[in-house]
Design a binder for this molecule. Structure first.
Ligand code: ADE
Ligand code: ZN
Length: 352
């Protein structure tokens, strides 16, 4: 690992949870629809007169027992069906942004899935306006820098993705990039080669889910065919030594989501998660919450549970926070400012 902060050795292990909570960090992989808590799903269902097939918040929460990615996605898309109005999208995003601020997230790059909403007759403008208004308020009222990344659903066709891009282009100043999510197996990155090429021409940042459940070959094609700047998840990369060398050499960030991987049975338990292996191999790995309402934890919970289970230390904490700033889509002076704040936080914990 490079760029070790000099104070990390002075921070005792029992101070680690407090340090993880206090350190400034960026979240680079979360789906805003995955922040819908059961209570808000029920409140919005009532407000909008939408029927949901669960009798209570408790019954809905009990359904969150997933065996793989698809078993989660089925419930996740059903939950999003309560979102109809601009205010609904605002309320959902605002609730997440308040939680992010409480976790000392200073920057968040939030995914949204417009096709989940436009397929139900919700206008693209309704979705983007509500989310974007919450991003503006986050900066003004919470001091959190927030941006949006539009994700194409990979179980749908590339033609559908092109149509979605077309619908979103009138609002292109309100999102900074595009991504690729939903069912990975059987839907390789190559399926979206042309639409990603178009988005590249348009100047959007490019990311894609790859190597969550899918093979290392999907990570290679996300890099070589889609030309992504970051890989979302990417944890299967450890199965391919040449890929690991490439990711480290090119400093391609991996946006890892430990509690998501646990809940979707990508790893049998957190102690066997490969985050430490990724960091020790010099990859720009980061920690993120993915779908926090469904996977049992926002950012700090992901850090605290993963560190407790795997024995990661203060030096890893510093590296993860530094990686999150390096991997974020902000300008260099802003990154430098957040790195200074990170250093000040560690110095305080080291008693300097
Ligand atoms: N959409 C929401 N969460 C996702 C995940 N973990 N993988 C793929 N698509 C998603
Ligand atoms: Zn994801």
């Amino acid at each position: 690992m490079t760029d070790l902060h000099p104070f990390t050795h002075d921070i005792p292990a029992d101070r680690l949870p407090a340090l993880l909570r206090a350190m400034p960090k960026a979240e680079l992989h979360m789906h805003i629809e995955g922040s819908l808590e059961p209570e808000l799903i029920f409140a919005l269902a009532q407000r909008n007169g939408v029927a949901i097939p669960y009798a209570s918040v408790e019954e809905l929460r009990r359904a969150y027992a997933f065996t793989n990615l698809q078993s989660f996605l089925d419930i996740y898309y059903a939950g999003a069906s309560v979102l109809l109005k601009e205010q609904d999208f605002y309320d959902m995003a605002w609730a997440y942004l308040e939680r992010a601020a409480a976790d000392n997230v200073v920057r968040t790059e939030m995914f949204f899935d417009p096709q989940t909403h436009t397929a139900r007759g919700v206008a693209m403008q309704t979705v983007i306006d509500g989310l974007h208004r919450a991003c503006g308020d986050a900066e003004a009222k919470l001091g959190v820098s927030a941006a949006l990344i539009l994700c194409f659903l990979r179980h749908l066709s590339e033609e559908d993705a092109f149509a979605t891009l077309e619908q979103a282009l009138p609002f292109r100043d309100k999102f900074i990039g595009v991504g690729l999510d939903s069912s990975e197996l059987g839907h390789p990155p190559e399926k979206f080669a042309r639409v990603f090429a178009r988005c590249r021409e348009l100047g959007f940042h490019l990311v894609a889910h790859a190597g969550e459940e899918g093979p290392p070959a999907y990570v290679w094609s996300a890099l070589d065919v889609l030309k992504v700047e970051r890989v979302d998840h990417g944890v299967q990369s450890t199965k391919d030594a040449a890929l690991m060398r490439r990711l480290a050499q090119e400093r391609i960030p991996l946006t890892v989501c430990p509690l998501s991987n646990l809940k979707l049975c990508v790893f049998p338990d957190l102690a066997q998660h490969n985050l430490g292996q990724l960091l020790d191999a010099g990859l720009v790995a980061t920690v993120n919450s993915d779908d926090p309402a469904y996977f049992g934890g926002y950012m700090n919970e992901n850090f605290i549970q993963t560190f407790a289970a795997t024995g990661l230390t203060a030096k890893h904490a510093w590296q993860l926070a530094a990686n999150s700033f390096e991997g974020s889509f902000v300008d260099a002076p802003t990154k430098a400012l957040w790195m200074e704040r990170l250093g000040a936080c560690f110095a305080q914990f080291a008693g300097r």
